[in-house]
Design a protein around this ligand. Structure first.
Ligand code: ATP
Length: 299
């Protein structure tokens, strides 16, 4: 009988592990139905991040090889640089981020982190090096403290509090009747979009990764909340390499460099001022968004 149950046990374990993995993935990019397509090479070592530089070297990728999405992306991100990735809907911004996190391998070209081709090291070590602040975090039906510590279960209460401070959500939590023990999620306290994003920032701070991927919320938070989140993100970004997938250009004007993607091609690169002077796609998107914002403000 035990023989019979062992496979079932194993299946349960695999199921739980996969499910946990999927929660992480869904949290990132709403990827819940994404198949797991990549595997570690036998004996692959862990990635050692000496410097958090990133290279996309002639990366070609399509979810389906008959429909390529990224057409030979080339760019280098220096350690500590703050990069924004912008472009029209469907340009390939999230796809680029998924490749960096190694959900998929490119059909051609290479992605390097700290000089290592990410196909030659373990996926777990690649994912450990990258912290993600998704646009809409999944909260577990558990305490807010658990939700912050998720991903580093061994964190001490003092570390959880420090992370909450770093994400500027400590005051909010301390004012809750049960503090860090307050239940959140569907069956508990509902958090606003901004508060959820702060929980995600706190989680990322606990993880303390050298690279951060910030997926800006598509729907605007109210402008004060957004400004506060951006200020927090700027602090978090210090001494780290950060990539922000941005929808509102007003939030990334001070990025070190902006990569403009269009239909899977990197069409422009530069600072906000440089790109405005180029009078290309970025300048066009900027003037369109400025008009929209003015219209919005006039309502
Ligand atoms: P948005 O700003 O609208 O989020 P994006 O620039 O992030 O867009 P991607 O999500 O990377 O764009 O999508 C690029 C292209 O890849 C789109 O044409 C999309 O249809 C396609 N695509 C995205 N995800 C998948 C997937 N899981 N399977 C197949 N095709 C996909």
């Amino acid at each position: 009988l035990t023989q019979l149950f062992r496979p079932l046990d194993m299946l349960g374990w695999v199921y739980r592990t996969v499910q946990q993995g999927l929660i992480d993935m869904a949290e990132m990019f709403r990827l819940i139905d994404t198949p797991i397509e990549v595997a570690d090479l036998p004996g692959a070592p862990a990635l050692v991040v000496r410097d958090a530089g990133i290279v996309f070297d002639n990366v070609h990728f399509g979810y389906d090889p008959d429909r390529m999405i990224l057409h030979g992306l080339n760019f280098t991100v220096e350690p500590g640089e703050r990069i924004a990735i912008v472009g029209p809907s469907g340009a390939g911004k999230s796809t680029l981020a998924r490749l960096l996190f190694r959900f998929y391998d490119p059909q051609a070209g290479r992605i390097l982190i700290s000089g290592a081709d990410i196909r030659t090291v373990t996926q777990a070590s690649v994912r450990a090096a990258i912290g993600i602040v998704p646009q809409d975090s999944v909260l577990f039906n558990d305490t807010i403290g658990y939700n912050i510590a998720y991903g580093r279960a061994a964190a001490t209460p003092a570390e959880v509090t420090a992370a909450a401070m770093g994400a500027a959500i400590d005051g909010f939590i301390e004012r809750l009747p049960q503090g860090y023990h307050t239940q959140v999620g569907e069956r508990g306290l509902k958090l606003s979009g901004g508060e959820k994003q702060r929980v995600a920032i706190a989680r990322t701070l606990l993880k303390n990764p050298p690279i951060i991927l910030f997926d800006e919320a598509t729907s605007a938070l109210d402008s004060r909340t957004e400004q506060n989140i951006l200020t927090t993100m700027r602090q978090v970004a210090e001494h780290r390499t950060t990539l922000t997938i941005a929808h509102r250009l007003s939030t990334i004007v001070d990025a070190d460099r902006i990569l403009v993607l269009d239909q899977g091609v990197l069409v422009e690169t530069g600072s906000h001022a440089q790109l405005l002077r180029q009078a290309g796609l970025y300048a066009e998107m900027w003037s369109r968004q400025s008009v929209e914002q003015a219209d919005h403000a006039a309502v």
